[in-house]
Write a protein that binds this ligand. Structure first.
Ligand SMILES: [Zn+2]
Ligand SMILES: [Zn+2]
Length: 174
């Protein structure tokens, strides 16, 4: 057990530079994107929480992200600008996003009733003002797709939202 923990720590403690060398194209790209003014790629470890500066080789956008979040194997982060600009494709569209996002995705897909665009015709970042219909109260409204899919404060059915805030009075008719 002790041995296992040690080896895990060794991987995590591996120099970022060394990890890049061992990770082919992906490692090479990350090494090229690492543009931190304060630290060298040899000075941080692969699992470091250090917030380094990165510069996208594609769009030249610079952003800060922890080394750990960029090197992890499960959902590593990339250039936020490129993510937003990723072209619509069979693997990058609103439908695929819904399928990947469990209950929340299922609900959004059900609510999506836009007559102009199919769920496969836009990405989760789309600013298209789509039509949505609440499955609970059947209220329909227009909202940008990106505002409904974003992870930080996504919008939802306004009617249900208001109802939740103003509990129904029990003594109706008085
Ligand atoms: Zn980019
Ligand atoms: Zn509703």
């Amino acid at each position: 057990m002790v041995k296992k923990r040690e080896s895990k720590q060794r991987t995590r403690g591996k120099a970022f530079f060394q990890w890049c060398k061992e990770n082919g194209e992906r490692g090479e790209r990350l090494a090229n994107e690492f543009k931190d003014p304060d630290k060298l790629p040899t000075e941080v470890t692969k699992g470091s929480w250090y917030k380094a500066l990165w510069k996208c080789q594609k769009c030249k956008h610079a952003w800060k992200a922890t080394v750990k979040n960029r090197t992890k194997s499960d959902k590593p982060t990339g250039c936020p600008k490129c993510v937003h600009l990723a072209p619509l494709s069979k693997t990058n569209n609103f439908l695929v996003w819904c399928e990947k996002n469990g209950e929340r995705g299922k609900k959004l897909l059900k609510e999506y009733v836009d007559p102009d665009k199919k769920p496969t015709e836009l990405t989760k970042w789309s600013r298209h003002k789509a039509m949505w219909k609440c499955q609970k109260c059947t209220h329909a409204w227009g909202a940008m797709v990106c505002n409904r899919t974003k992870s930080d404060k996504p919008t939802g059915c306004l009617k249900c939202h208001l109802r939740a805030r103003q509990p129904e009075k029990r003594n109706r008719g008085d």
